[in-house]
Write a protein that binds this ligand. Sequence first.
Ligand SMILES: [Zn+2]
Length: 239
Amino acid sequence: MRKPTRRTEVGRGERVVPGVWRLRLPLPLPGVPHCNAWALAAGDGIVLVDCGMDTPGSMSHLDRALEQVGLRLEHVRLLVCTHAHIDHCGQAATVQERTGCPLWIHPRHEHLTERIDDPEAALARRIEVARQSGVPEAPLREWAEGQRGGGTGMSGPLASDRDLLSGVVVDTDLGAWQVIETPGHAPSHVVLHQPEHRLLLSGITCSAASRSISTTAGRPTRSASSSRRSTASTGSTCG
Ligand SMILES: [Zn+2]
């Protein structure tokens, strides 16, 4: 019997509402086949929200997803990252290099940058935490070896041009998106809220809700049944 094979993911783009496009980018992470980035129309270009993980050939998926909705990387005027995890900011350095755009991200990104700056020390800390949490030695050693052989998922250092704190606004054709700090999933996590259009780019703040949205149709949902749901939510899964 033929073994089932995992479908090869490629970058895909689709318009969600006028002026907002979802860019679905494949990930090589177990159980997390893709992440979502977002393009927001802004004058003669776009604001890119999140940008995917750096792996061999990964920029071609971002290019492909943009191309599917009639955009190009050269249209990016600003890169905003919802948090400092490699699947959301891994390609930031390359995007900045190719476009010259600024990067805005929350300043508490040391949970990622320390790991990139000194991977051995960071790995030693994670091993110790796992050991103290009761992970058996043999699988822990195997996992650690795998970690040493892989890339960092980052195409370069995070060179932030502005701290993404509550009160900052991101201007687009749909209006201003308000930044709201939402630490939890990561200390650097923020969401972007556009009140007039009742849209929320939620990163992965509400994991369960976000996952169900992003793996079904990937479109915002609207409901007047509760205040929590009265805002369209466009989240993504995260590794
Ligand atoms: Zn994350």
